[in-house]
Write a protein that binds this ligand. Structure first.
Ligand code: PEP
Length: 254
């Protein structure tokens, strides 16, 4: 399966800085890399339109993701951005369930499930984040915790729609901390995810798109990205620097 590397810029960069970084990344990409690796950038909402214009005008082989989406379709919800509005900008992906949104904006599994449905209705691919904090990990209940995030977050989803989801395992203790999960930690969560999905009779295992996020850097990406069951990485901090992001992309064995 083609690897996917997603750069989550979080609350950084205005649209002009975003265009600059996009162009730097594009300039440094190896020729035909898009045959092996899909590159996705997730800037702030205010940058999506400008970046999409550059991408389509210059036919760049880079896709965009939003960092969030409203759980509502439309109406009196000041400050929200709908899936339909993102669709109109040709945004391919949207991150949902990121731990920073769960933590700082009190998003629960029910809201995340509503967001998932809005995205599916608009044919935007959800990058569905799930992960446990250090307390849950140390208590040893993390697999149950993660399974509950899947059960509740994916509730009601039709079998044929599951194929469209990118599962992003992001242990909270690894996000922005410099501490990276081991390959065996990641494989354990992949196995649980695969089992959960097959119990639902959803998909053959090789159809699951499963990525890891949490302190991925150019130094550790080679091991992670070249593990066969790991289909890619969700990269926060290291995606803000074109050199380190390119080094991560280039660490995929072609
Ligand atoms: C993230 O925010 O999704 C993330 C993985 O961040 P970082 O790479 O900085 O740990």
């Amino acid at each position: 399966m083609k690897k996917i590397i997603i750069g989550n810029w979080k609350l950084n960069l205005d649209h002009l800085q975003g265009i600059q970084l996009l162009q730097k990344i594009n300039y440094s990409l190896k020729k035909n890399i898009e045959d092996e690796v899909e590159i996705v950038l997730a800037p702030s909402h205010t940058s999506l339109r400008s970046l999409q214009t550059v991408i389509s005008t210059d036919s760049l082989k880079i896709n965009l993701s939003s960092q969030d989406v409203s759980s509502y379709k439309e109406g009196p919800y000041t400050g929200e951005v709908s899936a339909n509005q993102l669709k109109k900008l040709n945004i391919k992906y949207s991150i949902i369930g990121h731990s920073e949104r769960r933590q700082h904006f009190h998003e629960n599994d029910e809201i995340i499930n509503q967001k998932l449905n809005r995205l599916i209705e608009n044919e935007i691919i959800p990058i569905f984040c799930y992960g446990e904090d250090l307390k849950v990990r140390n208590e040893g209940t993390y697999l149950n915790h993660l399974e509950n995030q899947l059960i509740n977050g994916l509730k009601g989803l039709k079998k044929d729609k599951l194929i469209q989801i990118v599962f992003a395992y992001e242990p909270i203790w690894a996000i922005g901390t410099g501490e990276v999960a081991s390959v065996s930690d990641i494989v354990e969560v992949f196995e649980m995810t695969k089992k959960f999905i097959s119990q639902k009779n959803f998909l053959p295992e090789n159809e699951i798109k499963f990525v890891y996020g949490g302190s991925v850097t150019a130094e550790n990406s080679k091991t992670i990205l070249n593990t066969s069951i790991i289909d890619g990485a969700l990269v926060g901090g290291a995606s803000l620097n074109s050199d380190s992001f390119i080094d991560i992309i280039n660490s995929v064995d072609l």
